[in-house]
Write a protein that binds this ligand. Structure first.
Ligand code: ADP
Ligand code: ADP
Length: 228
């Protein structure tokens, strides 16, 4: 599903974020990206979302070459990819249901269809009672669950999460982790960048470690591998 071949990314300021990275991720896999801050994890995620272009190499998703992809095709790519961030990025003046439905609204779906699908996604994350709440009325864990619902409302083939538990306490982090695990079990590929050692060590999933822009480790049923 995902293939990076000899990918390097050098930002305009000269920062070498990725250096000659080759990586394949198959459909249905669950992959943790670990490594020190500044190692290149977020850059890798941004390349797959076509938020950044590689300086060298090939990035492909479902056989499509993202380097050559035209700007007008990018929205179609992004419909197949859900993204979750550490800092939620919810729209403060929209309700929970509107936040989750917004992307569908932009696609031009009928209002009723948008609501039905948003509610279905919110049911999946256990937030049916908060449909009409605003983000500031929710706990951090609830806000992140809204983000999960927003990311899966399109039923994406790939879900990417960049430190999704970075602002959450351990119990709440595990709730989010369980959600991602369940979404993965239903067939969605999940790629998650994280510093949550306990979670990585307990989940026993594939672990790809990135250090100074290079792949330092790639283990099936791996561990976090760093001291906190
Ligand atoms: P990680 O997610 O592992 O913390 P990043 O991908 O964010 O790593 O960063 C990798 C390197 O690229 C770092 O040196 C960082 O400072 C640099 N970097 C990241 N984003 C940008 C950007 N937009 N412009 C310039 N340098 C960047
Ligand atoms: P947690 O213990 O999970 O961090 P909080 O103590 O922040 O959660 O919130 C507990 C409950 O109170 C949550 O269901 C949340 O929706 C609700 N809540 C928190 N802050 C507000 C607020 N400002 N207005 C309304 N409800 C709130």
């Amino acid at each position: 599903m995902i293939q990076l071949t000899n990918v390097s990314k050098i930002y305009p300021n000269g920062a070498k974020a990725l250096v000659d990275v080759s990586l394949r991720i198959g459909k249905g896999e669950f992959v943790f990206l670990v490594g020190p801050s500044g190692a290149g994890k977020s850059t890798l995620i941004r390349l797959l979302y076509r938020e950044e272009h590689p300086s060298r190499g090939l990035v492909s998703f479902n056989g499509q070459n993202l380097v050559r992809m035209k700007e007008r095709e990018v929205p179609f790519l992004r419909r197949k990819i859900g993204v979750i961030f550490q800092d939620f990025k919810l729209l403060p003046r929209k309700t929970v249901r509107e936040n989750v439905g917004f992307a569908l609204e932009v696609l031009g779906l009928q209002r009723h269809e948008v609501e039905v699908r948003a509610e279905k996604a919110l049911e999946l994350v256990g937030l049916t009672k908060k449909l009409k709440a605003f983000p500031h009325e929710l706990s951090g864990g609830e806000q992140q669950r809204v983000c999960v619902a927003r990311a899966i409302v399109n039923d994406p083939a790939l879900l990417m999460a960049d430190e999704p538990t970075g602002n959450l306490d351990p119990d709440t982090s595990w709730e989010i982790m369980d959600l991602l695990h369940n979404i993965n079990k239903k067939g969605t590929t999940v790629v998650m960048a994280t510093h949550a050692k306990d979670i990585v060590d307990q989940m026993k999933k594939r672990v790809v470690a990135i250090e100074q822009g290079r792949i330092a480790r790639d283990d099936e049923k791996g561990g976090y591998g760093y001291e906190l």
